[in-house]
Design a protein around this ligand. Sequence first.
Ligand code: NDP
Ligand code: GUE
Ligand code: MG
Length: 283
Amino acid sequence: MTARILDGNAISALLREELAVRAAALKARGITPCLAVILVGEDPASAVYVRNKVAGCEKTGLRSIKDVYPAAVDPAVVLARIAELNADPTVHGILVQLPLPKQFDADVVLEAIAPEKDVDGFHAENVGALMQGNPRFIPCTPYGVIKMLERGKVVLKGAEAVIVGRSNIVGKPMAMLLLAKSCTVTVCHSQSKDLAFHTRRADILVAAVGRARMITGDMIKPGATVIDVGINRTPEGKLCGDVDFESAKEVAGLITPVPGGVGPMTITMLLTNTLESAERTLK
Ligand SMILES: NC(=O)C1=CN([C@@H]2O[C@H](COP(=O)(O)OP(=O)(O)OC[C@H]3O[C@@H](n4cnc5c(N)ncnc54)[C@H](OP(=O)(O)O)[C@@H]3O)[C@@H](O)[C@H]2O)C=CC1
Ligand SMILES: Nc1nc(=O)c2c([nH]1)NC[C@@H]1CN(c3ccc(C(=O)N[C@@H](CCC(=O)O)C(=O)O)cc3)C=[N+]21
Ligand SMILES: [Mg+2]
């Protein structure tokens, strides 16, 4: 048996058609939805993601602003730019690409973004709102995963969900969202004992670790839904996930590929949050 594939590019294309309609409707009312992206340094992977975000905006009818700073920039310069974007009524979303160089305290930067423009959902106020079940902006990657599960008609209520990884940007918000959907949630991390014991119990397995192909077919329950968030490069420069796709697809019932899985969905949800933010200015 071979798993059905959850195609993030195809699902994104469908969702982005609806977003383009919403963007056009806003424009007809005199509002051009606008996302500002701040990139510090020359990390090649970050540059690719930012390029995809800007291209996604263009194709969907959103305006984008891209500010690139040298890796050695004084954090005060970036904070001043954030203050300017916060005050600019034509800007609806602000995103600071992570990770930041070491002279930065990422938390200080994230807290400087106006919560009502924090389309990543990383500001403490928005994290709190998500925890309380009343989200303002749902973090884009876990939001994209939920959308993929919905499109795949995966039953969430009562399902055993196991997340590998507990970062603030993926693992933790993913746990909150699956809990809100009435999954029974287990979160694993680098100190977990016997990882495979946990993963083999999962009806829904989300891998967000950053270790190439660490989840192999023998760690997966037959028929499970496997969501691969990982974006890694092999020594040969090939893009691959945290899941060993070749062995996993023989065991799983449903699986996301890398590339073409969660990555494009993350960008689609960023566009969604930015549009939502622009629409709120009319309310
Ligand atoms: N597709 C997309 O849109 C996105 C993809 N990514 C990708 O997802 C992956 C994870 O990203 P991110 O959450 O930021 O990464 P982090 O490095 O912030 O977190 C990784 C997590 O994995 C855990 N971990 C590390 N090693 C092991 C192990 N051997 N067994 C179990 N758990 C382990 C860590 O545990 P501990 O907490 O104990 O250190 C940590 O909680 C990366 O490949 C990243 O590139 C990220 C964001 C978006
Ligand atoms: N403030 C902030 N918000 C983020 O959302 C954020 C971040 N910082 N830092 C880094 C991670 C990573 N991330 C990805 C976005 C798109 C793809 C993506 O487009 N992936 C494509 C292709 C990638 C490629 O070709 O390299 C795919 O998987 O098919 C991947 C990863 C967002 N992140
Ligand atoms: Mg991280």
